[in-house]
Design a protein around this ligand. Structure first.
Ligand SMILES: Cc1cc2nc3c(=O)[nH]c(=O)nc-3n(C[C@H](O)[C@H](O)[C@H](O)COP(=O)(O)OP(=O)(O)OC[C@H]3O[C@@H](n4cnc5c(N)ncnc54)[C@H](O)[C@@H]3O)c2cc1C
Length: 545
């Protein structure tokens, strides 16, 4: 089966992709892809929970105000309102599909235990213990797998989107589907989405040396959309989670924000608390403030990590509220009911992405972006904790609503050519991939991390352009593999983050630069847009929109 045609092609199987598949199956046939197993995305790793207004003490206005405050002047207020006001309905639907949020048993009308996280003025985070994302992903996968209209393709990695640009250059560019590598068969297939192709490929944390993200987060959707000619925005706003476990054997294990929400205290290596020197809300200051404070203390002292302390809450509470964190840390020899937890900041969430309208449509016809891959206007310059799972759910529903109003096209009027491997041969130089991969991640960490400067960004830009040239030559010479796909995409995303960061000569939200430490509303209170240089341009340039 080298060609698969369906009404909707959904690339990615996290909260966004799975809820899209469930919804869109009411409108037609759906093919859903994941480049690893179906639970490999960030969704499965989300611990804290999902923010929504469900308590009588809370209100839409409060949730909206908190989201706007975090977004530092760049949120689209209309989008924020949609997401917040439609949130409770989507949560209700999720519960009807079988999701079991943790209950507190006090009030029959409001039975769910609500967590408090940084930047929220109210307890409003629904959670299932500290394994919320995993419970949501399994609920959605179970629901989707029971639907006759949905076809599942695991270990299928999208390589490039197929557009009309080369087939019919005069029409507005339209997405027809994607070339996809069947990783197990080592074969490239053509997937057609007759009515729409929906990117739900998640974020790109792997572009940084230290990240909380799983391996699949290599920014493939961002890079594919960019190559297809879509506009991307705000990629300079990368959220660094303040507290990832620091341990030589722990690969990207996050210590949830909820630990600070429940009273966790950050301490220097000598035991001194330090957050009161940085913000009145101390440990509950917005994430960017906490991450910058830790980064500043580490740089000042040359310490490898700081500590997070939750011992004072007592063993019973800690084990019940944070069972996963407790067990996971115990595996590394840290009993969090008795020991301090060593933590460092790590790249966590991409606020920017493929720019969409309030329904998830990108600037390329029939190409949609939902979930972390998208930049919808909800987060602005900084994401409020636990708003991203909510965004995935709400936007999947909004895309479904809009698509259900569109006329069904008669059929595809283009002859899509199969993938052309050219003269590519098998590579015997895997080291080129690992070397380039490491270099990109180091450059991004050292020069484009929590604190940036004009000089660091220029250095990063030049290094990454050089790496890109090397990768580009390698890419077309050798038979495509999933590592090569990811490396090419990481390099593209790295370049785009740097370009966006270079354009924003101010500090706002998650973008902090030593050379322009203040916010400059007069010149920069707008989104940063990037678009692929015209196909006709022969030399790559700093082509800022
Ligand atoms: C450790 C951790 C904790 C978090 N905690 C919270 C939290 O408590 N609350 C909250 O709101 N948010 C949290 N977040 C953020 C949130 O989990 C993510 O933003 C959200 O889950 C993203 O969902 P998604 O559906 O967009 O993508 P993902 O869940 O990341 O799924 C991406 C999917 O795309 C697939 N894919 C990627 N590239 C390709 C390709 N080329 N071809 C085919 N498939 C591809 C992957 O295999 C995967 O199936 C957390 C994130 C992390 C990493």
């Amino acid at each position: 089966m080298n060609s698969v045609e369906s009404d909707f092609l959904v690339i990615g199987s996290g909260i966004a992709g799975l809820s899209l598949a469930i919804k869109l199956s009411e409108l037609g046939t759906v093919a859903i892809l994941s480049k690893r197993d179906f639970l490999a995305g960030s969704t499965t790793h989300a611990q804290g929970g999902i923010a929504a207004v469900t308590s009588p003490e809370d209100s839409f206005e409060k949730h909206i105000a908190d989201t706007l405050r975090a977004g530092a002047g760049l949120c689209d207020e209309e989008v924020v309102r949609h997401v917040v006001e439609e949130g409770p309905q989507r949560i209700k639907e999720l519960i009807e599909w079988g999701m079991a949020f943790t209950r507190d048993g006090h009030d029959e009308d409001h039975p769910y235990e609500l967590g408090l996280e940084g930047g929220h003025s109210q307890r409003r985070v629904l959670h299932a213990g500290d394994f919320t994302g995993s419970a949501i992903a399994k609920t959605l996968l179970g629901k989707a797998q029971g639907l006759p209209n949905v076809q599942f393709f695991e270990y299928h990695a999208g390589i490039d989107l197929i557009t009309t640009e080369k087939l019919a250059p005069t029409t507005p560019v339209t997405c027809l589907g994607a070339y996809v590598l069947d990783i197990r068969q080592q074969q490239v297939k053509t997937f057609i989405g007759r009515r729409a192709t929906l990117l739900a490929t998640g974020g790109a944390g792997k572009v940084y040396l230290y990240t909380s993200n799983p391996d699949v987060a290599s920014g493939d959707g961002l890079a594919m959309a960019y190559r297809a000619g879509a506009i991307l925005s705000n990629l300079e706003f990368v959220q660094f989670h303040p507290t990832c476990l620091y341990h030589p054997e722990a690969k990207s294990f996050l210590i949830s924000e909820a630990v600070r929400g429940e009273g966790g205290i950050l301490r220097l290596m000598d035991g001194t608390p330090f957050m009161e020197r940085y913000h009145a809300d101390k440990e509950l200051a917005p994430r960017d403030v906490v991450a910058r404070a830790i980064d500043a203390e580490l740089k000042k002292r040359g310490d490898p990590y700081v500590y997070l302390d939750i011992r004072h809450k007592g063993a019973d509470f800690v084990k019940k509220r944070f069972p996963t964190i407790y067990q996971q840390c115990l595996m590394y020899g840290i009993d969090i009911t008795k020991d301090l937890i060593p933590v460092v900041p790590a790249a966590h969430y991409f606020c920017g992405g493929v720019q969409t309208d309030a329904w998830g449509r990108s600037s390329v016809q029939k190409l949609w972006a939902i979930g972390e891959v998208a930049c919808t206007g909800l987060h602005g310059a900084n994401r409020l904790a636990s708003n991203s799972l909510l965004e995935g759910l709400v936007f999947a529903h909004r895309a479904y609503q809009k698509l259900s109003q569109q006329a069904v096209p008669a059929g595809l009027s283009y002859d899509v050519p199969p993938w052309n491997p050219g003269n590519a041969r098998n590579s015997d130089e895997q080291v080129v991939i690992t070397q380039n991969w490491d270099e990109i991640r180091h450059v991004m960490w050292n020069y484009v991390g929590i604190a940036r400067s004009d000089k660091r960004l220029e250095r990063a830009y030049h290094r990454i352009r050089l790496l890109q040239q090397e990768i580009q030559e390698y890419y077309w010479d050798f038979i495509i593999t999933s590592d090569l796909i990811e490396l090419r995409n990481l390099a593209t995303v790295a370049e785009l983050v740097v370009r966006c960061a270079m354009m924003r000569k101010e500090s706002r939200g998650l973008h902090y630069t030593l050379d322009h430490p203040d916010k400059d509303d007069l010149h920069f209170k707008h989104d940063t847009l990037v678009e692929r240089p015209s196909m006709a341009a022969s030399t790559p340039t700093l082509n800022f929109l």
